[in-house]
Design a protein around this ligand. Structure first.
Ligand code: ADP
Ligand code: ADP
Length: 226
């Protein structure tokens, strides 16, 4: 089945700027997919629409077959999102940030705690569980965002520039973590402007520029053509 199906997606911002000019994109379940393109290409806009943080102008978006226009709550249950900006409450403790997120999905507290512990351990943050988020390093905050996005065990994880501003060592450990959860069955879509990152991680790559998909191909084919 398809984890994500986007058809004819357009976005014109309030100022008249056309950020997406009709894009089609299909990501199969189990894939590790990169949306690769320079700054301003329309990557965040695309992800923002999928996560219903940004209103689209036209087109359809389906998450595991659930249309976000008609079936948003079913789409959301299947979706975990790691935005670029840190958007948690900086004064809240790490453990509470993750369990609170589980609460938004109606997960009972006991189960939320088990899941929060699982992901905080996997991401090396369990020792920091009682620390207010503002005390964490940038890399730890980035990992906290990932733990929070996974706490309801979504089938599709979407990350917007997950390693922007992250040092090389942490980048490699984040890559290893993402590869592990992909192997365990989670579909992953990330945006990046680093070819190196798409190349290291992803099976399929779509290249976006000026609001258009220029290429959508397997990594192997793409690298042969470069
Ligand atoms: P990317 O994530 O690939 O860097 P974005 O999706 O953030 O690209 O932005 C695509 C284009 O849309 C850019 O030219 C950006 O300046 C513009 N844009 C983004 N948000 C807005 C907005 N709220 N209003 C007007 N233009 C915007
Ligand atoms: P804030 O710190 O923004 O005042 P919370 O601490 O309650 O709000 O929420 C932490 C984060 O959880 C928010 O920044 C937001 O990204 C996310 N969030 C808030 N409400 C919801 C919701 N209804 N569904 C999913 N995520 C949410």
């Amino acid at each position: 089945s398809n984890a994500l199906e986007i058809a004819g997606l357009t976005k014109t911002y309030g100022d008249g700027f056309q950020a997406l000019k009709g894009i089609d994109l299909t990501v199969r379940e189990g894939d590790f997919f990169a949306l690769l393109g320079p700054n301003g290409a329309g990557k965040s806009t695309t992800l923002g629409i999928v996560c219903s943080l940004v209103n689209k102008s036209a087109g359809t978006v389906k998450v595991f077959g659930h249309d976000i226009d008609t079936d948003l709550s079913a789409a959301k249950v299947n979706l975990g999102v790691v935005p670029q900006e840190f958007n948690f409450n900086q004064f809240e403790k790490v453990f509470d940030i993750v369990t609170t997120q589980a609460g938004y999905y109606g997960i009972p507290l006991r189960q939320a705690r088990v899941s929060a512990e699982k992901y905080l351990r996997k991401l090396g943050l369990w020792d920091k569980r009682d620390t207010p988020a503002r005390m964490l390093s940038g890399g730890m905050k980035r990992r906290l965002m990932i733990a929070r996005a996974l706490v309801h065990e979504p089938r599709l994880l979407i990350l917007d520039e997950p390693t922007a501003g992250v040092d090389i060592e942490l980048r490699r450990s984040m890559w290893a973590f993402l590869e592990e959860i992909n192997r365990e069955g989670t579909t992953i879509i990330l945006t990046t402007h680093y070819l190196e990152e798409a190349e290291a991680l992803c099976r399929n790559i779509a290249i976006i520029d000026h609001g258009l998909i220029l290429r959508n191909t397997s990594k192997r084919e793409l690298l042969q053509q470069l």
